[in-house]
Design a protein around this ligand. Structure first.
Ligand SMILES: Cc1ncc(COP(=O)(O)O)c(C=O)c1O
Length: 332
């Protein structure tokens, strides 16, 4: 998705970034019948409890370089929680006003965490996708700069920069691992992280890239369904899940073609699987939230459930496999 210059630019921009941990868990790997288990822990990134600020900061940097974000700009976005908090944080640091749109069912905790960054919070009349449409409409009406992490036809440039920013997680991990993973499970809401991660692996390793599995909350699995049905999908309703940061009814327009080309498998994660996986991570010292634990939950289910034998075989998973997941968010 990105040119070599763009990956290099992201790394130059994040040259002073303090790395998050890449853990290995030999005993858990053995328990799962794997050779190695790598866990990239994004529970604290720049003082926020998720990775999302990496995308926001890089997109803001690109806009500022082009003179498209003057000091008196007002910014806006929709969010399930983390992207909006990151936008609010970055805007406040730059002295800019921010308007953040959340789904109607957003928890008080999410709302307060964004208000706590000094942003104006608006509750949409419906789900996350309605919040996306409302943020776009209001931005258009008021001349705000829309900093969306999801994209649609005609609005792709900023989400692309956001996804480029996420690639730093993998670039950083590559300086921490001894050997690259053979299999990677990446959780998705609208697919931005999955697109960024998949693109990075493809750029680094070409056809020798790891087996890539995308996972989502089964209750809001728009990308899993998109892949399964082979046609555009828009899921309706509240799409409520304990993995609340992954609640989205539509895949990001710019992300899908890349995901479709690069991902080898799609996994829906049940609510109780996410809860169990977060419990296992916490017992092992990683304070994972449920959205954050989704990738690990999919890996855990893949290795332990009889009905996942097909995926294990397709990915060639066994005692020699190095598997990797990203814990994308901390426990509240
Ligand atoms: C904690 C967490 N994990 C994963 C994701 C998925 O990212 P994306 O929506 O880009 O697929 C999000 C998105 O907000 C998130 O907050």
């Amino acid at each position: 998705m990105f040119s070599a210059e763009e990956y290099a630019d992201v790394e130059e921009f994040y040259a002073q970034e303090r790395p998050t941990m890449l853990h290995t868990f030999p005993s858990l790997a053995e328990k799962l019948g794997l050779g190695e288990l790598m866990v990239k822990e994004e529970t604290s990134r720049q003082g926020l409890p998720a990775f999302k600020v990496l995308g926001v900061k890089y997109a803001v940097e690109r806009l500022r370089r082009e003179g498209r974000l003057p000091p008196d700009a007002v910014v806006a976005c929709a969010t399930d929680g983390n992207h909006g908090r990151a936008v609010a944080r970055v805007a406040a640091r730059l002295g800019m006003e921010a308007h953040i749109f959340l789904p109607a069912h957003a928890s008080e905790r999410r709302i307060e965490s964004i208000r706590g960054e000094g942003a104006h919070v608006h509750l949409a009349v419906g789900n996350y996708d309605e919040a996306v449409r409302q943020a776009a409409r209001e931005s258009q009406a008021h001349g705000w700069v829309l900093l969306s992490d999801t994209s649609w036809p005609g609005y792709e440039e900023i989400p692309r920069w956001v996804m480029a920013g996420y690639t730093h997680i993998l670039a950083e991990a590559s300086r921490q691992w001894i050997e690259p993973p053979d299999v990677v499970f990446v959780q998705a809401g609208v697919g931005g992280l999955a697109c960024g991660a998949g693109s990075w692996f493809a750029q680094q390793f070409g056809k020798w890239r790891p087996f890539l599995a995308l996972c989502q909350a089964a209750n809001a699995a728009c990308i899993v369904e998109r892949a399964r049905r082979g046609v555009a999908v828009r899921l309706e309703g509240g799409l409520e899940t304990v993995m609340d940061c992954l609640s989205a009814g539509e895949v990001s327009y710019a992300a899908w073609p890349v995901i479709e080309r690069l991902y080898d498998a799609y996994v829906g994660v049940e609510e109780e699987e996410a809860v169990e996986a977060a419990g296992v991570l916490r017992e092992n010292g990683i304070p994972a939230g449920y959205s954050g634990a989704c990738g690990f939950a999919a890996l855990w289910a893949t290795m332990r459930q009889e009905n996942m034998a097909g995926l294990r075989a397709a990915a060639g998973m066994g005692k020699g496999t190095r598997a990797m997941v990203i814990v994308t968010e901390a426990q509240a």
